[in-house]
Design a binder for this molecule. Sequence first.
Ligand code: G4P
Length: 287
Amino acid sequence: MTIRWYPGHMSKALEQISELVRKIDLIIEVLDARLPYSSSNHLLEQVRRNKPCIKVLNKNDLADPAATRAWVQHFQKSSGVRALPLVAKNIPEVKSLVKLCKQLVPQRGNPGYPIRTMVVGIPNVGKSTLINTLAGKSIAKVGDRPAVTMRPQQIPLNNGILIFDTPGLLWPAMDDQGGAYRLAASGAIGANALDYTNVGVFAAAYMMRRYPDLLKERYKLTDLPETPYEVVEAVGRCLGCIMSGGVVDVHRAAETFLRELRAGKAGRISFEEPGTPEDVEAELLRF
Ligand code: G4P
């Protein structure tokens, strides 16, 4: 389901989160490790009420390790905030999240006196996957529905954690056009909101600047073409996206290129332009 956020939905969701924050000990905010800035919602800080917050940088298997390290350091400068990169299906890594919860709320953490937490994040960052791993079984999917349609649900885990499952849905930070494109390139928002070819060309331009060697290696390019559009064409030729007459099907090439990047086929990449938190903030200040 495609989510459309309207001001009414947004304020209602934030109000619900703000109410729930009163009742909990700790917030688990799930971010996409490939774009920790654009997959966050900065309004959460306003309703956090100084409760400890763990920023889970999920999908760490797909992200550039150097960029992730920089983000972890950046987030941990904020008081009460800890950052933990992980892969939501990886049981040992998720166990380290439980351990961190217990470090941050040492006065609680047993089944009779559990740590009350909520898992929040934008759609598709892996909230359900994480909750399922935490629970050790598949439970109701959080799903990508606006928070206003959800009903509160408590999930007691046998490891001393109680999850308030909802409302957990935030909308992404799209403070600038680049944010929307980064989210679309990584698959965090549906590319149907933006034209596939445009997103593919955006991703090609980004890859040319940040990861030229990965691009050359994956698509067997000795030299990079001059323009991002030509890169998409070259990728299309390499992947066999050819129409009759030998012309590259650029739309299909862009779509396949994006699918490959999202699946990590070209290597571990981070989509946040240009990759360090300070640079992203400087870039945003220019808008
Ligand atoms: P949400 O509740 O926040 O909306 O996200 P959800 O858990 O539904 O996860 C969205 C997609 O991200 C799923 O893929 C899921 O498998 C994938 N995912 C979650 N965590 C990780 C991770 O750490 N690494 C990687 N590589 N992928 C992750 P999907 O294709 O939509 O579903 P499925 O076919 O995997 O079931």
